[in-house]
Design a protein around this ligand. Structure first.
Ligand code: ACM
Ligand code: ZN
Length: 533
């Protein structure tokens, strides 16, 4: 439900102090642009993407002013003109120029135009249709992202959210110029994507018979919990994201974090089971049996169906937190290790290379969590650095492409304050404040220029062991996602005070969109435990 703000005075001026901060904004004292009932949005290029862009802009203007501009042709008269300008160097860059007669948004691509539209949207008075007369100061904005990969991850295994909630999450990404949605679809506690060749993955693997309460307390709620996305639903989400210039990167976490798949197909494990879909958090010893050819066929079949749903060049194959105890005791795993001159400790690299080869043959590239570096893997594998930043920096020096996603700055399931669990439902140890996220510099001093060129970008991860509903996902993501977006997009020197002012304005948009967000930066807005609120 949209949160209606009180009506304000009729005249309202646009404010370009937005998030993420554009690279260059020059406001002049020339006469402003004033949209009215006759304002038309004109398209220089009549593609589907540009028409959709125009419709989104019309909705945003209507949301702020109550007036929905028509979409037309031509470039004369009072108009907002959307065009493609191939002279803009960055593929996602744009220019926005406003004067008394026109606003012109020119993008290197339809995506660039979309980001220009987001900038205009965020600069409008955020008063839900109450700004009857808006004035947009004369301005020249030239903007482009610092990093090409600007990601956020969402774990839907530990706690499932509906397809509608995934779409709302994608809306939050679009608001922050984020262009990659890393969808963590499988884990020990639930398999969440339909695979037609293996129906038990969802009929069995998507359900658990109970969930531990808190951080591995001894209390199990004994309530059945489940959910999954059909392939059609996943395709709809891919299309919804594409319309917002966001690529969905699916993750099947393998060969560990596979307990849900083992419960469905116990022959894929070293002991043969029986196995149960996980109730508790952490790491399970039971993983795929790398000595059994069947698991390679299984993984390839799954990745093949996945590739059909997700056009993304990248596929995330997980690879984190994989214990080797079962492989050390399994005759089949021992035989394969011996054949390749490996040990149980180094067997995972053999698996990773086979999966990479298969995906490369199908036109895809792999991303893996930084543990995959412990095997003898190919330089072509992209590394997601989560156990701090050093693994990512080392990988980049060795020539791997790297996405920085360290627990120290980018784990949004950590609390946002050090006042323990006050106002925060997660019992995760440690905290990451908005200021900490904002202060993250992904290109560390001391890295070579060549290594820096391998840092594709930055991503935040939203793990959901303790985030049991979509509102909690929003609360843990906002406003840290706003800080993240400045790390991903902006190059200007950091100034937390100025950022906080922009962020305070941005919360009006969160309210307008009905998003739940954390209020630690605005303690006066928090619920007091002592008063009857
Ligand atoms: C991870 O947080 N286990 C990648
Ligand atoms: Zn085995």
């Amino acid at each position: 439900m949209a949160f209606l703000l009180p009506s304000t005075a009729a005249g309202q001026t646009a404010d370009f102090n937005i998030i993420p901060r554009p690279q260059q904004v020059n406001v002049s004292n020339d006469a402003p642009f004033t949209p009215n009932a006759k304002t038309v949005i004109c398209l220089g290029t009549n593609s589907q993407n540009m028409k959709r862009n125009a419709n989104m802009l019309a909705s945003y203007i209507e949301q702020a002013t109550g007036i929905r501009p028509a979409i037309g042709k031509g470039k004369s008269g009072a108009a907002i003109v959307l065009t493609i300008d191939k002279t803009i160097a960055n593929a996602e860059g744009y220019k926005l120029d406003a004067d008394a007669k026109q606003i012109r948004i020119a993008g290197a691509s339809a995506a660039g135009v979309f980001y220009g539209i987001q900038t205009l949207r965020k600069s409008l008075p955020l008063v839900n249709g109450k700004a009857s007369k808006v004035s947009i100061p004369a301005v020249h904005i030239a903007d482009a992202p610092r990093f090409a990969y600007r990601g956020t991850h969402l774990d839907v295994s530990r706690h499932f959210v509906t397809a509608d909630s995934v779409r709302q999450f994608i809306d939050m990404l679009a608001l922050h110029n984020i262009n990659r949605f890393h969808w963590h679809l499988t884990d020990d506690q639930g398999w969440r994507i339909e695979i037609k060749k293996y129906p038990r993955l969802t009929s069995v693997g998507s359900k658990r018979s109970g969930t531990i309460i808190g951080f591995n307390s001894m209390v199990d709620d004994q309530r059945e919990y489940g959910g999954f996305y059909t392939q059609d639903q996943a395709r709809e989400i891919v299309e919804y994201a594409r319309q917002r210039y966001i690529t969905v990167i699916p993750e099947i976490d393998m060969p560990g974090h596979m307990k849900a798949a083992l419960a469905a197909y116990p022959e894929l494990g070293c002991t043969g089971g029986p196995y149960e879909v996980g109730h508790r958090w952490g790491i399970y010893l039971d993983v795929l049996c790398l000595g059994n050819e069947k698991i390679y066929a299984f993984c390839e079949d799954v990745l093949k169906e996945l590739s059909d749903i997700f056009p993304s060049e990248f596929v995330h194959i997980g690879g984190d937190e994989t214990p080797t105890e079962r492989w050390a005791e399994c005759p089949k795993c021992q035989a394969v290790a011996k054949e390749h001159g490996l040990t149980a400790k180094t067997l995972q690299g053999y698996f990773t290379n086979r999966m990479e080869q298969f995906l490369n043959q199908n036109g895809k590239r792999i991303i893996g969590w930084d543990e995959i570096l412990e095997g003898d893997i190919n330089q072509s594998a992209t590394i997601m650095s989560w156990r701090g930043t050093a693994n990512g920096e080392k990988a980049a020096e060795k020539g791997h492409d790297v996405i920085m996603s360290p627990t120290t700055y980018c784990y949004f399931d950590f609390c946002q304050t050090d006042t323990s669990t006050l106002y925060e439902p997660s019992p995760r140890d440690g905290f990451i404040s908005v200021e900490k996220v904002y202060g993250y510099e992904p290109l560390a001093e001391g890295m070579s220029e060549n290594a820096k060129s391998h840092i594709l970008g930055v991503q935040a991860n939203v793990w959901t062991e303790y985030l049991t509903c979509p509102q909690a996902v929003e609360y843990y993501s906002l406003p840290r996602m706003s800080a993240l977006s400045e790390v991903q997009w902006s190059s200007a020197p950091k100034d937390f005070g100025a950022f906080k002012q922009r962020l305070t304005r941005m919360t009006s948009l969160f309210k307008l969109c009905g998003y739940t967000y954390a209020h630690h930066l605005w303690p006066e807005e928090m619920i007091s435990p002592w008063e009857d609120n």
